[in-house]
Write a protein that binds this ligand. Structure first.
Ligand code: B12
Length: 159
């Protein structure tokens, strides 16, 4: 695992809580790193505290860094078609770490070969993701979703 170190929001600064913190990275042993780096950069440009874990990041590392940074969300990528295997039990792992309420989003190319993306959406939502995106989704769409989801959570938590 390595930190992207893009911009000034690398590991040294990641504990600051004046911004919404989003962890990014490509899960499992997937080496595709370009998309997640772009996502990290866009999040930072949009004012988020984005912590980029880069490629080949095990779920446990996402959990550990999310805990250390009190993260609000994870934007997880997977391109090589093995995501289903890599993320089994992910929601339980976050919950065990005291992060049951964290928003988990995943995108990239989640299945192997051409197939109906809605099957992926159903499958990954069952696994515990809040949002599942088809290939080549513009991350700005997910950022808009994140703002809505955080606002909804805040409303639910209000007395
Ligand atoms: C470059 C590339 C590689 C490079 C990766 C270099 C690197 N360090 O990143 C190398 C040569 C190493 C490689 C290896 C392999 N690759 Co490759 N690779 C590609 C290729 C051509 C481009 C990927 C890329 O960088 N795209 C550009 C970035 C900017 O786009 P992106 O990753 O899709 O991300 C954007 C969006 O999807 C979105 N997004 C991504 N994640 C998320 C998450 C969220 C939450 C949201 C909202 C949005 C989002 O935002 C990103 C930014 O715009 C694709 C083909 C393709 N057209 O996708 C194949 C492809 C992904 N590779 C493939 C395969 C099979 C492999 C290998 C298994 C090949 C092999 N037999 O060894 C290995 C995997 C090795 C491993 N351990 O991972 C397949 C996957 C097939 C599948 N899923 O069914 C593809 C689709 C090629 C193909 N048509 O068969 N690959």
């Amino acid at each position: 695992m390595f930190y992207d170190g893009i911009g000034d929001d690398s590991v040294e600064n990641y504990s600051k809580k004046d911004k919404i913190t989003v962890i990014t990275g490509t899960v499992g042993v997937d080496a595709h790193v370009i998309g997640t780096k772009i996502i990290t950069r866009i999040l930072q440009d949009e004012g988020f505290n984005a912590v980029g874990l880069g490629a080949q990041t095990p779920v446990e590392e996402f959990v550990k860094v999310a805990q250390e940074t009190a993260a609000d969300a994870v934007f997880m990528s997977s391109l090589y078609g093995m995501a289903e295997m890599d993320v089994q039990g992910i929601r339980a792992k976050f919950t065990e770490a005291g992060l049951g309420g964290i928003l988990l989003y995943i995108g990239g190319i989640l299945g192997v070969m051409k197939h109906d993306w809605r099957e992926d959406e159903e499958k990954f939502k069952k696994i515990g993701f809040d949002r599942v995106y088809p290939p080549e989704t513009d991350v700005r769409l997910a950022i808009e979703d994140l703002k809505k989801d955080l606002a909804f959570k805040a409303k639910m938590a209000a007395p």
